[in-house]
Design a protein. Structure first.
Length: 419
């Protein structure tokens, strides 16, 4: 858990207003304290004191460990990524200066960490500099904020950092959102991924699903994991041959971790409710990466994918899957099938066979049932958003970290039969 994010601002508590006016900073002992360190409980006035040598044992160890971990896992690989990183850092510096302006007016000496970002990067060749070199030029606060934004691309800070026209034009939006705009490039500024090619499977497989247990909530769990991998990596579709090998490997890791029943050869997981499916998947994401608002956005994505089309173009070929009302859902399952395709051509993996089984379930499920499922996903998303708003609107709960509210993994989530 991020200790810096847990620092308590004393002035936000109306019950401690009088105490705040009387307590001096426990480090510099010159100004009134405004914060409390979560580690040693000392009161301090600003970030300079928090990072001072007197407080070294509490702050420096944490920062060093956090930076080391993120350097190993979040290194940029290409010139384009380094350019994006610099753009993010510029915006982060501007925001940091705005937030700290009120504190800077009360300080007798300027904070060395508020130096202009451009001057710090003067003489640095971004195209050849490694991520380690770029990170060494950043302040500890900038590194902390930067990686927090990377962990949750849907957070308010991440969206603000990514709001420039240059970065927006480089972002790749999920392919399933293209239909909402009318055409893939109708907005002029959005760049959507191409729709995945549909996989093939024998028609007799569809007929055999009529008496099988319903796997619709298992499919919902798969869609939530699929939407997260797509948005987290900004790669669409996941099975595109143009994707980097590292992105493909990370996508497979995310899917395997979030929905292990999909990759297990012998799985007996069968979700009986949407709540059990969503809660179990939510608990399996990396800690700190998924808050209630972010999960609600993924549920909206899943609702869009699962919802059958009201109007479809008819074809003389009744077996053409591209004319099916659930073609969007079939395309998502096909994209995952391509992602997990083995290197040996012509030999489908057990994961691909399971995805074909799920697709056959979709084709044999009545359209009203799938439409009701899409509505249920949307209602669940609205409920999560309402819960998040109620927490933010309640003064007694405003300190709660929504992105740290992930449930713990359930040991046996609604296992009733093989699926």
């Amino acid at each position: 858990m991020n200790e810096v994010g847990q620092i308590r601002v004393r002035e936000d508590d109306p019950n401690s207003a009088e105490g705040m006016d009387k307590v001096l900073c426990g480090i510099c002992r010159r100004q009134f304290s405004r914060y409390t360190c979560p580690g040693c409980n000392v009161s301090y006035c600003n970030l300079t004191c928090f990072r001072s040598e007197a407080h070294y044992q509490c702050s420096e160890t944490f920062y060093r460990k956090e930076i080391q971990t993120n350097i190993e896992t979040k290194s940029s690989k290409t010139h384009e990524e380094r350019q994006k990183m610099l753009e993010l850092l510029k915006r982060l510096e501007e925001q940091t200066q705005e937030e700290d302006s009120s504190l800077l007016r009360d300080q007798d000496e300027s904070d060395s960490d508020s130096n202009d970002l451009v001057s710090r990067f003067a003489g640095v060749d971004i195209s050849s500099a490694s991520s380690d070199e770029l990170l060494r030029l950043m302040t500890k606060e900038e590194i902390d904020k930067f990686f927090n934004a990377l962990r949750d691309p849907t957070s308010q800070l991440a969206q603000k950092l990514l709001s420039s026209e240059e970065l927006q034009s480089a972002r790749q939006e999920p392919w399933w959102e293209a239909s909402l705009e009318g055409s893939p490039n109708s907005s002029g500024s959005m760049r959507y991924g191409s729709k995945p090619a549909l996989m093939e499977f024998p028609p007799k497989l569809v007929k055999s699903q009529a008496s099988s247990p319903s796997l619709v909530y298992n499919v919902c769990a798969v869609l939530v994991a699929y939407a997260f991998a797509t948005r987290h990596l900004s790669v669409s579709p996941l099975s595109s041959t143009e994707n980097d090998a590292s992105d493909e490997a990370e996508a497979r890791r995310i899917i395997s971790q979030a929905v292990p029943f999909l990759v297990a050869r012998r799985s007996q997981v069968l979700y009986s409710t949407l709540s059990s499916a969503v809660t179990d998947v939510w608990s399996r994401f990396d800690p700190g990466t998924m808050g209630a608002e972010s999960l609600a956005a993924l549920l909206v994505d899943s609702s869009i994918i699962a919802r059958p089309r009201l109007v479809v173009a008819t074809s003389s070929d009744n077996n053409l899957l591209s004319d099916h009302r659930s073609v969007t859902l079939l395309a998502a399952l096909s994209d995952l099938s391509g992602l997990f395709a083995p290197r040996s051509v012509g030999v489908p993996s057990h994961i691909q066979m399971k995805l074909k089984f799920y697709a056959a379930q979709v084709l044999s499920t009545p359209q009203p049932v799938l439409r009701a499922l899409a509505n249920e996903l949307q209602d669940y998303a609205q409920a999560l958003k309402a819960e998040a708003r109620s927490i933010m609107g309640n003064p007694s709960l405003q300190g709660k970290n929504l992105d740290a509210s992930q449930p713990k993994p359930a040991p046996k989530p609604d296992i009733t039969t093989s699926g």
